[in-house]
Ligand binder design. Structure first.
Ligand SMILES: [Zn+2]
Length: 402
């Protein structure tokens, strides 16, 4: 595998500028196009699975993060509090959960609404030391694919099983190959909230959700509020990190006094399940760039089709095919400067999955010659068939180009 920082520069996916600050990369147009495709996909996947999306600000009042426990247990990883006046202090959030707890309690809730699944692809901040930062894998500004599923205790097992299915679906579409599953447990020390009984109950639920899956146990890797299932990936240097996660939390519902009206009219506390299907966009792309060597599956390739007229006489036919690709929802561009050989090489270096070549004969017959990124050359085909082939591969999110 190649280091994502090198490929990210060569393919102009992102830019690390010292003036912007360490750990604060900028997504360039190509990287942003790929990320946008992935974000659209995951929102759609979640929407079909019954999630509701919200927007909440990356900045919040100090009191919110005191109530959530973050300022007490997680302050070392947060940026310092910003003070506007003595009673007006703000923090850059280190997690989305406090805001989602406020979404839950924005009005009264009934048992009929559970599981209530609140999702957001939102910004959060961690004050990582500058020495550990690099490329997209360790950053200070994080865009997390996050959700909080509020459910009854009895629903937790089914909820976790459904989340595991969604994680598998997302991994398969993106080409993620997990390095392993991990059950992250409490370690020694005082940095954990809640009583022993709650921890054991949560641990038991996660263990049963993992039955049939091979996993390792890791003491001291739990969140401060509960145990979690972590799905690990490995980078080009062999370092392991967590991509997807499912965490059980009995504590925040208590702190935020969350409740629902049960069928018998009594007030009960929901359980909060924190989950991320694909982690942060930054860590995900650091991994995807390396695992695919920059050659993403066609559905999230920054440029999907490059159209090359052999000479000026084919310019109109090339422009028409490019337009048809764009109208069909593809990211396509026509390039006419330089020799055909040089243009093909350049497109393949940029890992564009489809190169459409139009010579005099193809243009006269309304045909296209497709060259695939992996070197395959397809026989000339009708322009409409070429378009159908590419849109079909993209729509099915296949990793195979034909
Ligand atoms: Zn959370």
């Amino acid at each position: 595998m190649v280091d994502h920082r090198k490929l990210g520069r060569e393919l102009e996916l992102f830019h690390a500028d010292p003036l912007a600050g360490a750990g604060l990369p900028i997504w360039l147009p190509a990287g942003a196009a790929a990320r946008h495709a992935v974000e659209e996909y995951v929102r759609e996947l979640e929407r079909r699975a019954g999630y509701q999306h919200v927007y909440s600000p990356p900045l919040g009042k100090r009191e919110l993060f005191e109530l959530s426990g973050h300022l007490g247990y997680f302050a070392d990883d947060m940026f310092p509090v910003m003070r506007l006046s003595a009673d007006d202090e703000f923090v850059l959030r280190p997690a989305l959960c406090p805001h989602h707890a406020l979404v839950y309690r924005a009005r009264g809730r009934s048992y009929r609404e559970l599981p209530l699944r609140i999702a957001e692809l939102g910004g959060m901040y961690r004050s990582e030391r500058s020495g550990v930062l690099g490329g997209l894998s360790r950053v200070r500004a994080i865009s997390l694919n996050d959700a909080h599923n509020f459910c009854t205790f009895e629903q937790v097992g089914q909820e976790v099983a459904e989340i595991l299915d969604l994680i598998r679906a997302a991994h398969s579409a993106l080409g993620v190959r997990p390095a392993g599953f991990r059950l992250s447990l409490r370690g020694p020390g005082e940095k954990y909230l809640g009583d022993d009984e709650e921890w054991q109950r949560a641990e038991g639920l996660l263990r049963s959700a993992l039955s049939g899956v091979s996993y390792v146990e890791a003491e001291g890797e739990a969140a401060f509020y509960g145990p979690k299932i972590d799905i690990q990936i490995r980078d080009a240097a062999g370092r392991e990190s967590t991509l997807s996660t499912i965490q059980l939390d009995f504590d925040k519902p208590e702190r935020f006094d969350l409740s629902y009206m049960d069928s018998d009219g009594s007030r009960r506390r929901p359980v909060m399940v924190h989950r991320s299907l694909i982690g942060s966009m930054e860590r995900l792309f650091a991994y995807l760039i390396e695992v695919h060597a920059g050659a993403f599956p066609a559905w999230y390739a920054p440029e999907q089709v490059v159209v090359l007229p052999v000479g000026p006489d084919q310019a109109d036919a090339a422009a028409e095919f490019t337009r048809n690709c764009v109208v069909a929802g593809l990211r396509a561009r026509s390039v006419s400067d330089g020799s055909v050989g040089a243009r093909i090489r350049e497109a393949i270096q940029r890992k564009v999955p489809y190169v459409a070549v139009l010579g005099a004969r193809e243009a006269a017959e309304g045909r296209i010659s497709l060259r695939l990124r992996d070197g395959q050359r397809l026989d000339p085909m009708a322009a409409a068939d070429a378009l159908r082939l590419i849109t079909g591969v993209v729509a099915s999110r296949s990793a195979i180009l034909r």
